[in-house]
Design a protein around this ligand. Sequence first.
Ligand code: AQP
Length: 341
Amino acid sequence: MSDPFRTRVFSGIQPSGGLTLGNYLGALQRFVTTQDDGTETIYCLVDLHAITIWQDPAKLRHATRELAAGFIAAGIDPQRSILFNQSQVPAHAELAWIFNCVARMGWLSRMTQFKDKAGKNRENASVGLFAYPALMAADILAYHATHVPVGEDQKQHLELTRDIAIKFNHDYEVEFFPVVEPVIEGAATRVMSLRDGTKKMSKSDPSDMSRINLTDDADAISNKIRKARTDPEPLPDTLDALTERAEARNLVNIYAGLAGCSPADVLAQFAGQGFGTFKPALADLAVARLAPINTEMTRLMQDVDEIDRILADGAARARAIAAPILAQTHEIVGLVQRREV
Ligand code: AQP
């Protein structure tokens, strides 16, 4: 298909807890550089996704505002980017319904995130958790977004977004929805738990020691890095030698992500040194990068009305883009709409 769509970046993060270092390195840090490149950027706090697993209402409201504060503290400018929470723009849920009718049960059944989050008791998982990727496709395609920066874990969902766009275009004989490009880049596209190098660092992991939160203070960050699981060997001088050392590899990748260099550069600097040297260096770097964000988040959270005003303004701008795309979708599908007379 020819590419008639202008470059527009969309991405989101769930307010299902506080921001982690994984969210920061895998997503947020890159959201800022994309905005600063001058690309049109739309960033969404995906609260409708968060409730696919039960959330305490007061905590959800707090987490949504804190997430907005985290975006702004990390460098998202709500004038240059559109920043809003998903539930304020009805087009997401409306388009998701249409995509529920395009996506196939078999496609959704293969999603590893559903399998992981539903666990053994799938019969008891919410229908929303199963349909999550169709809502994610709607988030993106409601804006005709062309590029989606995400961490490695979202790759499969983005492939499904592409499949939905292709099937919709095919079934209705149109070239209406763009086939989006995932943007998975950088040294830390998959930050792992500090307690288990085979598990993703996650905001909903029951162990707080498994992750660094953007709200952690300097002491907490240093303590978590000091206690991070590692092995007794010194750091090697090649990446290949880290293949079987998941925890060591993770800390090297985190260092590279925070320093803006490659894991090979990190090894060039620290090869032959043990974790007694490397961990304090990593802790200093993490504190230097994250403490200013933490301070700014705390300041922003003192004016919740201002955060709500920013989200309402972003939502109005988002609705203005999504509404005509949804109306055209209705027209293509054959849903009769009220006409102006
Ligand atoms: N560990 C990670 N490493 C790199 N990137 C990550 N992302 C999440 N965890 C890591 C990226 O952050 C963005 C937002 O993710 P999300 O909040 O929508 O959902 P998630 O991927 O399910 O993140 P969490 O922290 O694991 O949340 P919970 O625990 O609620 O499921 C995405 O771009 C994601 O790739």
